[in-house]
Design a binder for this molecule. Sequence first.
Ligand code: PLP
Length: 454
Amino acid sequence: MKTIPNRVYLTEDELPKQYYNIAADMPTRPKPYLNPVTKEPVQPDDLAPLFAKELIAQEVSTERYIDIPKQVREIYAKFRPSPLIRAYGLEKALDTPAKIYYKYEGNNPSGSHKLNSAIPQAFYNKAEGVRRLTTETGAGQWGSALSIAAQMFGLECTVYMVRVSYEQKPYRRTLMQTYGANVIASPSTLTNAGRAILEKDPDSLGSLGIAISEAVEDAVMRDDTHYALGSVLNHVILHQTIIGLEAKKQFEKIDEYPDIVIGCNGGGSNFSGCAFPFLHDKLKNGAKTEFVAVEPAACPKLTKGKFAYDYGDTAKMAPIAMMYTLGHDFVPAGIHAGGLRYHGDSALLSQLYHDGYVSAAAVRQTDVFKAAVLFARSEIILPAPESAHAIAYAIQKALECRETGEAKTIFFNLSGHGDFDLAAYEEYLAGRLQDFEYTDEMLEKCFSTLPEID
Ligand SMILES: *Cc1c(COP(=O)(O)O)cnc(C)c1O
């Protein structure tokens, strides 16, 4: 039997020089974004107050491969390629014949895959003469990534941080401040969007939807400021394909190919970034690989949401997108996987799920932490609670293999580390974590706010 190393590396020379754009290969492309006021298709100019022109071009591009600028590749080289790791420890703990691999994206100072998109976003904004970026952050990983990227390119950065995370994760806040960012708990009194929420609910825990509204409003009000989004949009997913492109080369080196590709799903960027380069092979060559996006049972947009046009944010300022959604007023329970609490999903991923190329699963918080602890004990890396959703599902699959005796090759993306999530681990270890699920009645109420589109 051939031996497969614990970790598969690439040299700097083997770093991908282009991103992969799945829009080129989709049988059905997503419907266009709509202007939230006129409900007419968004024109590239409508987005110009928010995003750099080059990013808007990527958003609507149908070119299959898009060059990664040299300056971006040079910064990537400080922490990429990320290793592809064979989970020998986890396989042993599960006593499974399955071969489990994961790509580890927590090996950079932001602690997650989000830096992969923060760097090109800061680069294109700087190139266009923008001075300041605003954004929202849920669990803090995106805010950390953008703070770092903004600092590298000499941009100012203001981060609206969902209040529940601001309180649960003070060290994330400090990390962002250390990299020079101005961090504000959302909902805040600084914006109309924030004030409106606080009037209705002074104790609001906040949500990504609300924080997005605040960051967008801030950016629109100032000429020198653009907005940056850490997930959901096509250009973000494009940047994240660096994960899957590297992984394909790494699998080639060991002469393997995954039977199943798994990722956790918040706004779809780490799952899609990891999966789409492999999905290319399914779309073009009929590869049989299975793709599973894993979400929290407490925020079940793919498994229980509607495929409909909906607002990207609570205050209805962001474009309306055709996507799987729980309704823009949906405020998920304060689960510890803050990065998975978004009400909607990527339009690309939503369309591919709708068309049956990708499947989805929902897992409960207590099962997620059980999986996270088993993973930490068998693989040493402490996973982010978000990433542990992918682990929990990979474990389910590996246990199925134990039943059937199949030696499937299971591949998941370990999107980040959990070093800042110890309060959540503490709750779990003390037996205090709860599971949340939504009844159909509760969800119907959220769906009632979906916009009417002719
Ligand atoms: C933000 C985040 C996620 C969820 O966002 P996606 O866009 O769905 O990837 C998952 N894992 C980690 C570690 C994150 O920081």
